[in-house]
Design a protein around this ligand. Structure first.
Ligand code: RUQ
Ligand code: CUA
Length: 659
């Protein structure tokens, strides 16, 4: 009977999910007069930077809050022809993996570096959900500075969550897979052969360099989301897991059987001790580590071959499972670090666990047996309490500084505010529609700034002008400064937003880089000034040392290229002024443009396939005479003996056409 009820609940919720939830009808949701709270006058700055994941676009976008104005799309895991990311010779290595060049991924979560549990503004991290990787973005340049791949992992979803002094980022695998030497096993042998792993990525104190410190080998469940402990729970990590049924097919039914799945509590300080004591096992693997070098304006790609694995089924006091109703998604720790909120997608309550009770349960061995060799703490022994009747389909929870939690409900399309200690629902507002994540500035840290909660919605039917079969995804900003949440603005987003984070503009704004200093440019093919511009042939490789400055290239006439040549345009932007990039594009190139920042060198590879004279030009409207910023390159037949020549400002004599 119980099982039948479960199936019924699943069916009801699945049906509700398909019709995209209970849509609030009619109203725009904005009360008169409240929209001006989102108004930032022309020429004025926003109060917060909002970094938003781009989902299946693979990128991250940066908006202002509360205006919702889009400032920048940062290319991370996907090629971006607008900025030449993944097209320039310098940036191609950033997208290399152990599988080769991967031009796309699925970025779900963002995370900021922290010091003492507060956002410090230095770096932003993002996860690749498909080919498991984590990226670090330098907040000074708004550019992806480093990408590390994760071996023994398949689908890096519970990532990249961070500890309160940026000791580690975690990356838990969504899909369990066979790991180890023999991976050619029947899918039906899931229960015997499939394993999940969680990677702990260390972050260099000064420069943020990422390295895989260790991995935990875990039962074959799906790890979904995660949060680090804070304050008293610093040293611990909490992960939601579903599919504790270990189904290998039709998960929508087969992974919804059990009444409770788990939250996994990980004592990473303990793991560190075991690591020091030499209890880790070194495994031979292959994974990419790619890093951008600011001096050479070039990425380096390397393959690393070793990782250390700890087995918590043997090293008993690293991991503990806590039962959590039902297919939990979000797993969020409150600012005090005492409370851990599990959000079961199919659960009728929100369970709140207590860190101190978890510690006591472990001390008292208040267990309900084991799962995959890991102790299972009794539900009641870990539980602080349950929020009753909160809504349908809880997904994620963020916090303000006053002891309140804000939980998103996908199925009932709403945000519900409740008090963490008392577990009382205080307020609810509709979202338009089917909210996924939500975000309060600093709402996942020890110091939330409160003020707003931003909803990231999956569906926007009827909110925007139609654009064919697909409509924009969107964000909605709610003012949470009063007792009642108040919708103040909708704005469309790029890709599908999953998680996002915000921080006060003051943490980044004055440190933001304005130019790259030309005299510090260590690119091997830099052109320091126009006099150094030249073209050099090395066999069939032709290196063009080109400079760009308002409003010409040097050289801008090149002859003596032959079919079969590979031409490398190394373009240095000589400008030393803020916001004066130059672009570079060649007719017919099987490539994107370059967009070269002041003081930077970028390289476009071009293999001409037809004889002719090809124009190239600057693509970025840089000056009044931008339209004049152009040149020609002549390509002759393979056997031609035309010498290689180049020039700028050499105007042909009136009669030169006669020769
Ligand atoms: S998820 S909409 Cu990929 Cu973070 Cu919950
Ligand atoms: Cu340089 Cu337009």
């Amino acid at each position: 009977m119980k099982r039948y009820q479960n199936l019924l609940l699943v069916a009801v919720i699945a049906a509700a999910v398909q019709i995209t939830g209970c849509k609030p009808k009619g109203a725009t949701g904005v009360a008169a007069g409240s929209a001006e709270k989102a108004y930032v006058a022309p020429g004025k700055y926003d109060e917060f930077y909002n970094f938003v994941s781009g989902g299946f676009s693979g990128q991250m976008s940066v908006y202002g809050l509360p205006s919702g104005r889009l400032f920048r799309v940062i290319p991370v895991f996907s090629v971006d022809p607008e900025k030449g990311w993944g097209y320039s010779e310098e940036s191609k290595p950033m997208l290399m993996t152990s599988n080769g060049f991967v031009p796309w991924d699925d970025l779900h979560h963002v995370s900021f570096s922290q010091t003492n549990g507060e956002i410090d503004g230095r770096w932003t991290f993002g996860n690749a959900n498909n080919t498991p990787r984590v990226a670090r973005i330098d907040n000074k340049t708004f550019r992806t500075a480093e990408i590390i791949e994760l071996p023994n992992s398949a689908g890096n979803h519970s990532s990249p969550f961070i500890t309160e002094n940026s000791e580690y980022l975690v990356a838990g695998t969504r899909f369990s897979v066979p790991v180890g030497d023999n991976q050619d096993v029947p899918i039906a042998s899931y229960k015997q052969n499939f394993k999940g792993t969680i990677s702990f990525i260390s972050i260099g104190k000064e420069h943020g360099e990422m390295d895989i410190a260790f991995q935990l080998l875990l039962p074959g469940v799906n790890f979904d989301l995660s949060r680090a402990g804070k304050g008293p729970s610093h040293g611990w990590f909490f992960f939601s897991c579903y599919n504790s049924e270990q189904a290998n097919t039709l998960l929508e039914v087969n992974a919804s059987q059990r009444d409770k799945d788990f939250i996994l509590a990980v004592n990473w300080k303990k793991a560190e001790e075991y690591l020091k004591a030499g209890k880790g096992v070194k495994k031979q693997v292959r994974y990419a580590h790619n890093k951008w070098d600011e001096a050479t304006h070039t990425a380096k790609h390397e393959i690393r071959t070793e990782v250390t694995v700890l087995d918590p089924a043997i090293l008993k006091d690293i991991c503990y499972f806590i039962p959590c109703p039902k297919s939990p998604h979000g797993c969020d720790t409150d600012p005090t670090g005492e409370y851990i909120v599990g959000s079961g997608k199919l659960a009728a309550v929100i369970p709140v666990f207590s860190f101190s009770k978890i510690q006591k349960a472990i001390a008292d061995k208040s267990y309900d047996g084991e799962y995959g060799g890991i102790p299972v703490i009794k539900y009641e022994s870990a539980l602080h309490g349950e929020v009753q009747k909160p809504g349908l389909g809880p997904l994620h929870t963020e916090f303000d500084a006053n002891g309140n939690a804000y939980t998103s409900f996908f199925v009932s399309s709403e945000i519900v505010k409740w008090n963490v200690k008392e577990l009382k629902v205080l307020d609810r507002v509709p979202t338009y529609y089917s909210i996924g994540h939500l975000s309060v500035p600093g709402g996942d840290t020890r110091k939330p700034w409160g003020k707003y909660v931003v909803a990231y919605n999956k569906i926007t039917k009827d909110r925007y002008l139609p654009t064919g079969p697909e409509l924009t995804q969107s964000a909605q900003i709610y003012d949470i400064s009063g007792d009642k949440m108040q919708l103040i603005l909708d704005f469309p987003t790029i890709g599908e937003p999953h998680y996002a984070g915000s921080m006060p503009a003051s943490l980044i704004k004055d440190k933001s880089l304005k130019i790259y200093k030309l005299d510090q440019n260590k690119h091997p093919y830099v052109t320091m000034g126009e006099k150094e511009a030249k073209v050099v042939r090395e066999g069939n490789k032709v290196h063009v040392y080109m400079s760009s400055i308002r409003s010409h290239f040097a050289p801008d006439n090149i002859e003596g290229i032959k079919l079969g040549d590979e031409v490398y345009f190394h373009v240095t932007n000589l400008e030393q002024d803020w916001d004066v990039p130059h672009g570079f594009a060649v007719k017919g190139a099987l490539n994107a443009e370059l967009l070269i920042m002041p003081g930077e060198t970028s390289t476009l590879k071009w293999v001409p396939e037809k004889v002719g004279v090809y124009p190239f030009y600057c693509t970025d409207f840089c000056s009044a005479l931008h339209q004049e910023m152009q040149g020609y390159i002549r390509v002759s037949p393979a056997g031609s003996n035309l010498p290689l020549t180049f020039s700028v400002g050499k105007q042909a004599a009136p009669d030169s056409t006669k020769k």
